[in-house]
Design a protein around this ligand. Structure first.
Ligand SMILES: [Zn+2]
Length: 71
């Protein structure tokens, strides 16, 4: 039996990525199996590569899901 165990933990993270086309800032999980498009203009923001997301836009930083910062 072959399979991939997907674990959520410190090795996975969310990234803030800015669309190179329209400047929309979107939160993208750094592991994906699907292509991620900008919700505003539809440009490709990340493509799957070996189970990881290859970011096409500008990475602004990491989103810490433990610390939610309001406003
Ligand atoms: Zn866009």
């Amino acid at each position: 039996m072959t399979g991939v165990i997907i674990m959520t933990g410190p090795r996975s993270k969310f990234l803030k990525v800015k669309c190179g086309d329209c400047g929309n800032i979107q939160t993208i999980f750094d592991r994906t199996n699907i292509r991620i498009s900008c919700t505003v203009c539809g440009a490709t923001m990340a493509t799957p590569k070996g189970g990881k997301a290859e970011i096409k836009g500008e990475v602004l930083g990491r989103v810490d899901t433990d610390l939610e910062q309001g406003g």
